[in-house]
Design a protein around this ligand. Structure first.
Ligand SMILES: [Zn+2]
Length: 379
């Protein structure tokens, strides 16, 4: 992983590179930042830079034997710890069980999210964790000398998923770190991490990706044109994983547009027509038939439509990206999305997205969301 492959985060990359130039490599660093901001790729690039035998001013060389192995995430001195699902049969639950899947997945997309990772492990409806067996494994791996690198690196992804027992054992290691060992912890939420771990690590805060960098990346990667890239970057809130989902959702936009129009019409008509409530229930029935990923994609689509209609409502047509069919519908509909309801509407869609993602009852989530929209449209 090269720094140039990471979207945005220019200041942070510079700071990390400086720690190497100034010989300030901390033995334990915590990358703390929201999902989709790039903490994992930053940690990998940093580790690669530290161990590169021919590093440049700002980048690992990408060619030395160490870099070549880092590229495949298969360097013998690079270890990963990440949440896993517990195997049935009372076997130890450790990262190495899934290391092949992990390498494949992260090489293809280092902006992996926790939920995607659960899916990869086939644990869509299970909870993952970093369990106590893992701490033995960590000790084991650290007891060997480095094979060939200057630093042995242990990357712990989503350190907040460590249970207390694991965290306490890790703490002991962090207190007396083995020589030439680099712990790079990654976490999305500081409040779920033991304060003692926080105090023993150098914290690097990873901000959301700025809108322009995210938009530039989407356009440069050929995923969409520049205007759509900007619109997508705006609603994804600096989260690259969400941005990619939004773009995918727009590929299925005909169906989502139809569902969006039906939902909004039924919500609006509930006040006048008895039939409308039945329409709304039928709509809920249909949307709950979709798979979870499609439901999430639909909600992201709704968020985009709300944003674009609000922009239209604010008389900024040059900032709007809509397909012809969406534009036809929005010419009248934008009157219903205005400063008095736009943030609450977006809030309801986000809440529904969160509940679907955390496996909430689909019927309740969508019906509840629709009822809130009924009220907000009348605002
Ligand atoms: Zn190199």
């Amino acid at each position: 992983m090269l720094f140039s492959e990471i979207v945005g985060q220019a200041i942070l990359k510079e700071q990390l590179v400086q720690t190497v130039h100034e010989n300030r490599i901390s033995h334990a660093r915590l990358f703390l930042g929201p999902e989709g901001a790039g903490s994992l790729p930053l940690a990998i690039a940093y580790a690669q830079y530290v161990n590169c035998t021919d590093r440049g001013e700002r980048e690992p060389c990408g060619k030395c034997p160490s870099c070549v192995k880092f590229k495949k995430l298969a360097h013998p001195d690079l270890h990963f710890v990440f949440p896993v699902i517990k195997p049935g049969s009372g076997k130890a639950a450790v990262s190495d069980m899934f290391i092949r899947e992990w390498r494949e997945t992260v090489t293809a997309n280092p902006y992996i999210t926790y939920n995607r990772w659960l899916e990869v492990m086939g644990g869509d409806n299970k909870q993952g964790g970093i369990f106590v067996d893992e701490s033995k494994e960590i000790l084991n791996k650290l007891s060997f000398k480095t094979y060939e690198a200057e630093f042995k690196v242990m990357i712990i992804w989503l350190a907040e998923k460590m249970n207390r027992q694991t965290a306490n054992k890790l703490l002991k290691i962090l207190e007396e770190p083995p020589e030439k060992t680099l712990f790079l912890l990654i976490a999305e939420s500081a409040d779920q991490i033991l304060p003692t771990i926080l105090s023993r690590t150098q914290v690097t805060r990873v901000p959301k990706i700025d809108t322009q960098s995210l938009a530039d990346y989407l356009a440069a990667a050929g995923l969409c044109d520049t205007q759509k890239a900007l619109g997508t970057a705006h609603i994804s809130n600096g989260n690259l994983a969400v941005a990619l989902d939004v773009l995918q959702a727009s590929d299925e936009s005909d169906y989502y547009l139809e569902m969006f129009i039906r939902m909004m019409r039924a919500c609006w008509s509930v006040w006048g027509k008895k039939q409308a409530m039945l329409d709304l229930l039928a709509w809920c029935e249909q949307i709950t038939q979709l798979g979870r990923e499609q439901q999430k994609a639909f909600l992201l689509y709704c968020l985009r439509m709300v944003r674009e209609n609000f922009t239209l409502n604010q008389q900024q047509p040059s900032l709007v990206f809509l397909t012809d069919a969406e534009n036809d519908f929005s010419q009248k509909f934008n009157a219903f999305i205005h400063p008095d309801n736009v943030s609450q509407l977006a809030g309801e869609l986000n809440t529904a997205y969160y509940h679907i993602e955390s496996n909430g009852n689909k019927n309740l989530v969508f019906l509840d969301m629709a009822c809130k929209i009924v009220v907000l449209l009348k605002h």
